[in-house]
Write a protein that binds this ligand. Sequence first.
Ligand SMILES: NC(=O)C1=CN([C@@H]2O[C@H](COP(=O)(O)OP(=O)(O)OC[C@H]3O[C@@H](n4cnc5c(N)ncnc54)[C@H](OP(=O)(O)O)[C@@H]3O)[C@@H](O)[C@H]2O)C=CC1
Ligand SMILES: CC(C)(CO)C(=O)C(=O)O
Length: 295
Amino acid sequence: MTSPNVAVIGPGAIGTTIAAALHQVGRTPRLYGRTARDQLELHAPGDHLVVPGPVQVKVTPDVTPVNLVFLAVKATQLEAAAPWLAALCRADTIVCVLQNGVEQETAVAEHARLGRVLPSVVWFPAQTRADGSVWLRAPARLTVPDTEPGRAVSEALAGSLCTVEAVADFRSLAWRKLMQNALAGLMALTGRRAGMFARADLAELGLVYLRECLAVARAEGADLGDEVPGEIIDTFRAYPADMGTSILADREAGRPLEWDVRNGVVLRRGRHHGIPTPVSEVVVPLLAATGEGPG
Ligand SMILES: NC(=O)C1=CN([C@@H]2O[C@H](COP(=O)(O)OP(=O)(O)OC[C@H]3O[C@@H](n4cnc5c(N)ncnc54)[C@H](OP(=O)(O)O)[C@@H]3O)[C@@H](O)[C@H]2O)C=CC1
Ligand SMILES: CC(C)(CO)C(=O)C(=O)O
């Protein structure tokens, strides 16, 4: 049965995973998206879950406020999704943002005049298949701040396929994930998957880039050690060679790229702190041009 209290906006790769997790524990969410579907389908390790729909694509008067919204559109789609937020939020609605980046709170607050915005770190890879079903490629895991809204999200997903940890030092983990995303941006430039990091020259370039990201992350208040860049490179080298990333999926589909929230932010915050970011100076304009042209 559809829960009147929980909604997912943007039932794509991540939104479908969270919708399936909620459905598993009896909190079947209302679904709001851009492409109409009768149901959602998730292929998880050892599990196949179907979430009853429909996915509603028009804001109608029956779209009324809920207690908890999971917002899983891309950062580039926020403005277009704003009418859903306006219809689904009242002052105490928790809006859990399932997006990459470290600027979720300010970005979403610009489009959601009501509601309490809760940032999150989405650690798991999920890919949409040609038939619209979603392939969850690793255990689903979220990190949220250890606040009252964070604990509410933890409770909503308790016992589901998605584990949630609520942490005191959210900023550090958010920057660590941002570093992973910044590195994955190189895959959108080459048009290749994680296997490319088997090349020694790319692993070396990645390490230099990640050290630059680390300097900016620390200036932003993240408590991350010198070992983090090496650990991230090792993680990428251990991925299956065909592991993608959502920004590569966007490039392959000809969609706008989240280059600014994933890579541009390092350049912008680096400039703000007076930290040299020579790799970003090259990577960011190339990614921007890859996504936006002209040409
Ligand atoms: N995929 C992954 O492995 C990971 C992704 N992330 C982050 O999660 C966020 C979501 O990514 P992901 O799930 O991959 O993206 P998807 O493109 O798979 O999903 C986005 C969904 O939002 C829908 N949508 C687009 N515009 C609107 C709108 N105006 N109103 C309502 N719905 C809309 C899309 O519809 P349509 O089907 O028509 O495109 C799609 O279903 C991104 O910030 C990404 O960086 C984080 C970690 C891992
Ligand atoms: C899967 C992962 C962690 C890789 O960067 C990701 O965040 C994404 O695809 O957007």
